[in-house]
Design a protein around this ligand. Sequence first.
Ligand code: SF4
Length: 472
Amino acid sequence: MVGFYFPDGNDEFEYDVRGLMTSFFPGCEPVKLAGRPDAELALDFERILRIPAFPEITDKGERKNETKRAFYRELSEMTGGKQLPWGTLTGIRPTKLITQYLEAGHPEFDTAESKGFRSLMKEKYLISDEKLDLAVRIAREEQKILSGIGPDGFSLYCGIPFCPSRCLYCSFTSYPILKFADRVDGYIGAMTGEMDAVSGIFAGKRPDTVYIGGGTPTAITADQLDRVISAVEERFDLSGIREFTVEAGRPDSITKEKLDVLKKHRVDRISVNPQTMNDETLVRIGRLHTVGDIVRAFHLVRDAGFENINMDLILGLPGEGPAEVENTMRQIETLRPDSLTIHALAVKRASRLKMEAVGTVIPGPGQIDSEAMMRIASEGAESMGLVPYYLYRQKNMAGNLENVGYAKPGKAGLYNILIMEEKQSIAALGAGTVSKAVHPDGRIERADDVKDLKEYVDRIDEMIERKKELWH
Ligand code: SF4
């Protein structure tokens, strides 16, 4: 157990402190102590950290950075010199700092001034050169891709919370389709009601992107999928749309009939997500399909005429190390997807992985070499001609790393960037989704839909009200 306390009782940065502690000690739940514990209690803890305070620093942001740096150094010493690749940056969007710098009129990073900025970033956040380079590269790429996208537009997200089975690491809203098949029609009916309201709120505006995600949208029948997309088309003017994604996600849910529906509706980006190309791991994480199924599904999608196929991978899955990642990348290379999203496993509270810890390896220092896996995956992606274009981080990620999207030129997922960079409003419909209003004055507000399927359908009027309040 790891404990911490604030000697002067000033705990204003507790959240940040906790974030750093779990990055240095993955899987631990830091315990906040009222003060320095007596010797007996102290025996219960492997480590006890005293959080320094800097009352003389009046600027809150600076005070926070100083606290985090001091604390980081202490943790690093305690762990034998361990460094975190992203230093003290615990937020989910490290590229945002770079983007702000670019938008402030510093278009290039190779000027003397930008060198100053680089040193500043390193001194302020203790970020490694490698990650700083990655963040700069991605921030530039994002800027290119986002050109022409303004705050006046919006994007639409529809969540279909059904899947063939529940994956071990899943923390999303997801119901096994076999058990809940009789609820799908009612769900679509409720979501269509939400669509009616949202199309009224955004009357006169055209969405830039539409994303049907989940869950696994292709877990429902071809007819139901047809109804969802037709409902979108009937209510929104899609003439200016730049991207229409459907997450086919699980290969065991993809059929020719469903692909025909997607093609008919001019869906132009599809995600087929293997997560790994190792059969043993697929069994371990609760998937009901094999690597052979992934390959067949991929070819089915390609043969149906889709020219923008994304694949998602997760590094740090139970039982996997660099050798398994190498195998995955070798097989992915033969498929040549148009984009690849590489995630570092994040152990979420609501996942079975966290709750059951079913004889699995929760990634941590010395248990798996997360950085080596990330290197193999990123080099593999670049060797396929894919370039990094978006990045985000989550809590409790394997090796304290990051999720990175790679894509062929012109095949980047625009919606992915929009949701990260918060450049425009996103109207999200369906159980467990979160809508985001980006107001003209820069304020960002959110409204969520309840996660429970029955509650969502029963309380759909309330979900609609939440959206009306958000945008009015
Ligand atoms: S496919 Fe995705 S949403 Fe469905 S159970 Fe697996 S992780 Fe969860």
